[in-house]
Design a protein around this ligand. Sequence first.
Ligand SMILES: Cc1cc2nc3c(=O)[nH]c(=O)nc-3n(C[C@H](O)[C@H](O)[C@H](O)COP(=O)(O)O)c2cc1C
Length: 327
Amino acid sequence: MTTAETLKIGGVELGQGLILAPMAGITDLSFRRIAKSMGADLVTSEMVSAEGIVRQSGSTRLLLKSHPEEKPLAVQLFGSDPSVMGEAASIVAAEGADIIDLNMGCPVPKVLRQGAGAELIRQPTKVKQIVEAVRRAVTVPVTVKTRSGWSKSQINVLEVVKAAEDGGAAAITIHPRTAKQGFSGKADWHLIAEVKQAVTIPVIGNGDVTRPEQVGEMRQLTGCNGVMIGRGAMGNPWIFKQAKQLAQGENVSNPSVRERLEVMGHHLELYKESFSRWQSLSGIRSRLMWYSKGLRGSARLRAALSGCQDLETMIKICEDHFATLED
Ligand SMILES: Cc1cc2nc3c(=O)[nH]c(=O)nc-3n(C[C@H](O)[C@H](O)[C@H](O)COP(=O)(O)O)c2cc1C
């Protein structure tokens, strides 16, 4: 049995510190509410452009939609100008964000071109300036999420996290892959342990946790104070609850087909609430597929759903499919 510590970021109590990762296009309000209901101690928004917030862009505002059920909420900002980041943070905090997370790891070209995301890894001085500016602008805790470095030959995460800590960050999340690596290879959990040794603020480990037992394994190997889960929670939000059961020394069982269908149905209802019809259909199709990932016949389900343009038919196809798996 693994004894889980409790996590506190600034004044925000976060239980066992199991966190839903920020994922653009994925961790919208519907998914955050599902993860929260399944035991996530903290959920994080998709990354939101600081410039977009300050300019009051309509599409950016949509990303900030929240619901009391998901609280506490971390809103993640990306950008490169310290004063714009500060201004955006104060707007988001005034609207109820409990934590402001700063994206310093995104390797997507669109973000890098703005000098934001992983581009900041190459400028530890700027990391400190941005954290300081945001800290001055808000009273809620400010956290930083980063990667191990720019490339294999430029692993400078310790310098980056110390700059963030010096700037006043309340916690650090580390996804130990380089920006150049994207999602290839394996996350190097040993680097999380090194970060933990290098700073005094809480460290959240992230990367490749796809099974509940890996939460305890990551804690044990790295000494991290919290564990963030991204892809492993897509279509598998039970992972949070299961990790907590394991930490209590309880047996873990997989969700029954009925439970899977219920959660999937709830997720779709929440998803439909927030989006236009067009977005709903393509988004719903991908979300339905998440829930069948790794199960028998998922390729068959994928094929059946792929051409379907009607929500009721999609749901019927899923119900019929899951009925064939009934245990
Ligand atoms: C589709 C997708 C979108 C992502 N978007 C973001 C993002 O907006 N901000 C961020 O910091 N990381 C983002 N990430 C990275 C994740 O937060 C996380 O660091 C990474 O997936 C590793 O964790 P995992 O192995 O648990 O998925 C994204 C990852 C994926 C797969």
